[in-house]
Design a protein around this ligand. Structure first.
Ligand code: ZN
Length: 262
């Protein structure tokens, strides 16, 4: 038996038997782990208060190779992301990110870079001018982490850097055809260069920087479409992800909003 001390974000909490809880936690050093918090529902439990969804916690647990469920012994709150709990839209985006990690990541596969991105994204969601952009940035980073980073700096056909107005994006090839080459592909997604630049911005800048920007509705719509189609293609096993439905609803909501403006 080994003792593990690490930090994590609580992805899921379920009641277990009469007094305990089952907790799924995405940790810095161990990736996703399932933990049994014995007696956590008792009023006097030291664990109980720290085990809410989305808390960033410092934890200690006992682990045995042969067991799937490990025993949690200590949990203390590092950050609660309080502002997310007072805004339904931000909260939904935060929950979508948690669901994404829970479904997409396999148990005990540590990925400190993804963990830090998760913390930075949840923190920035609290303050972002357009919180959806934090969600988009997170999924594009996850895609890159999983080996599906698109090529965004040069045209796939002629190698020209960005410089025209419209490009045709090939989801299958993971890159764009510039304004001179875009007739060479069928079924490309017609998007503006600004959309490609925004994706580059997602990769080059921190979540804190993304939290400061505001983009026009049209660019928002293009970014949504591209993110949605790309995700559907490369994260096929995740099609039932509620977060994807959510992503779709963001766009539907925007369309409604636009209709209202007219
Ligand atoms: Zn070209």
């Amino acid at each position: 038996m080994a003792i593990i001390k690490t930090e994590g974000v609580i992805l899921r909490v379920m009641n277990y038997l009469e007094t305990s809880k089952l907790v799924t936690c995405y940790t810095l050093n161990q990736g996703k782990v399932s933990l049994l918090a014995k007696g956590a529902r008792r009023a006097k439990s030291r664990l109980g208060g720290a085990l809410d969804l989305m808390q960033h916690v410092s934890i200690v647990y006992y682990t045995k190779e042969t067991r799937e469920l490990q025993t949690l012994s200590q949990a203390e709150i590092i950050h609660s992301f309080q502002h997310l709990h007072t805004d339904l839209h931000r909260l939904s985006l935060g929950l979508a990110i948690l669901e994404f990690i829970n479904k997409a990541e396999t148990e005990k596969m540590a990925n400190p870079k993804l963990f830090r991105k998760l913390i930075a994204s949840l923190s920035s969601l609290e303050i972002a001018v357009q919180p959806e952009l934090i969600f988009y940035q997170f999924i594009w980073h996850w895609l890159a982490n999983s080996g599906f980073r698109p090529k965004l700096r040069h045209c796939l056909s002629c190698g020209r850097p960005l410089g025209g107005e419209k490009v045709s994006f090939s989801i299958k090839e993971g890159g764009y055809y510039c304004c001179h080459c875009r007739s060479k592909i069928e079924n490309g997604l017609e998007i503006s260069e600004k959309c490609v630049k925004l994706l580059l911005y997602f990769y080059d800048k921190s979540a804190v920087k993304i939290a400061e920007i505001k983009i026009p509705a049209r660019l928002h719509s293009e970014t949504h479409q591209l993110s949605w189609q790309y995700m559907q293609y490369y994260a096929e096993g995740l099609k039932k992800l509620k977060a994807l439905d959510f992503l779709k609803r963001i766009e539907d909501g925007n369309r409604e909003l636009k209709k209202g403006e007219l």
